[in-house]
Write a protein that binds this ligand. Structure first.
Ligand SMILES: *Cc1c(COP(=O)(O)O)cnc(C)c1O
Length: 360
């Protein structure tokens, strides 16, 4: 079965077998060394982040990392401006509300890009805003939000930028310096091709030295960071998932890092766009430059429901993903993360042919 949902992904054999690796006590030096290797590996994914940033590992899915990042780094005396154009941006706004943080949301429709004019005006008017929070790849639609431009505007106004990069980390470019990033949150089991259960925040050292603003014990980034700096760990980690992440990072670097993974996804995505386009099936996000290479939402062909398409493709060995929330009726999503080859994309297209001809 090939998983074409946006995580968990289809694992390679080497990552899968790492899950059955040694039982390690997390209070022993072996685990401490593993944790250090993982943190170093994560920092090396984007070499420019190496000098100023620390990777803090968490046990929990990507949401845990996002929640720890915004909960710990947005000060209780500050205010966050959330740029939302999909489910994940809206979720960040919910997190801040639950944490009792001051926040404002710039809401966009799910098929729209960020309104930069409005962003500039807002940041110019409101000096109580300390942080801008944005989703890099909005997995709801497949849109790659323009972080270069967002970052430039934030820098002009002296605002710190926090990024949910859960579905882009490892496959899309992230310029830590030019975009003025304070922290990004991401996970093992999306573009890095690890197993689900471990996530991380890559945060600037300066941000980690501020008093924590966390109202949670488990998701207090500073508590995790201090323990990890001391070679320890705050709570029981998902040890086997960490072993799998190490194997995934090894493959990631052997295969050529971010640029290589980007090229591989882009090649598969081009095949998918060409193939589905020839079958009358088009992506939600129009300008190619606004799309990620990781995932795309496509309009369902006339007369075909998601349920029928899903059942048919699953019988052919592929799990696709429904459109999120109100997009469920009109769109389906295909993610290209994980152990997937060009031939798999071709087989997927053939599987489409059989259901489209059943339709006709
Ligand atoms: C998948 C995803 C998340 C949440 O990750 P979980 O692992 O499901 O908790 C957050 N943000 C984005 C952009 C995602 O794609």
């Amino acid at each position: 079965m090939k998983l074409l949902n946006p995580g968990p992904v289809t694992l390679t054999e080497s990552v899968r077998s790492a899950l059955a690796g040694a039982d390690l006590c997390h209070r022993e030096p072996e685990y401490s060394a593993l944790q250090r290797r993982l943190a170093d590996g994560i920092r090396r994914v984007y070499p420019a982040a190496q000098d100023r940033f620390e990777a803090v590992l968490l046990t929990g899915s990507g949401t845990a990392a996002v929640e720890a990042m915004v909960g710990s780094l947005v000060p209780t005396t500050g205010k966050a401006l959330v740029l939302a154009n999909g489910v994940y941006g809206e979720r960040i706004a919910d997190m801040l509300a639950m944490q009792g943080k001051h926040r404002e949301v710039m809401s966009h429709s799910w098929d729209a890009g960020i309104d930069f004019d409005q962003l500039s005006v807002k940041l110019g008017q409101d000096d109580t805003i300390s942080h801008v929070i944005c989703v890099h790849h909005e997995t709801t639609s497949g849109r790659l939000n323009d972080l270069a431009r967002t970052g430039r505007i934030c820098k002009q106004h002296g605002k710190a930028l926090l990024v949910d990069a859960v579905s882009s980390f490892g496959a899309e470019a992230i310029d830590f310096e030019a975009w003025g990033i304070e922290a990004v949150a991401a996970t093992a089991n999306k573009c890095l091709h690890g197993a689900p259960g471990v996530s991380f925040v890559l945060a600037s050292r300066t941000a980690l030295q501020r008093p924590s603003a966390s109202r949670s014990v488990y998701l207090d980034l500073r508590r995790h960071h201090e323990a990890q700096q001391a070679g320890s760990v705050a709570f029981t980690p998902a040890v086997h998932v960490c072993l799998a992440l190490e194997a995934a990072l090894r493959e990631f670097f052997e295969q050529g890092g971010v640029e290589a993974r980007h090229r591989r996804y882009a090649g598969h995505m081009r095949r998918l766009y060409d193939g589905l386009g020839a079958r009358g099936c088009f992506p939600l996000i129009d300008p190619v430059g606004d799309r990620s290479v990781v995932l795309s939402a496509f309009r369902l062909p006339e007369g075909l429901t998601y349920e029928r398409l899903h059942v048919h493709l699953k019988a052919e060995g592929f799990v696709i993903y429904a459109g999120q929330g109100r997009f469920g009726e009109r769109f389906f999503r295909v993610s290209l993360m994980g152990d997937l080859a060009g031939g798999d994309v071709d087989r997927l297209l053939q599987a489409f042919d059989s259901i489209l001809s059943l339709q006709a």
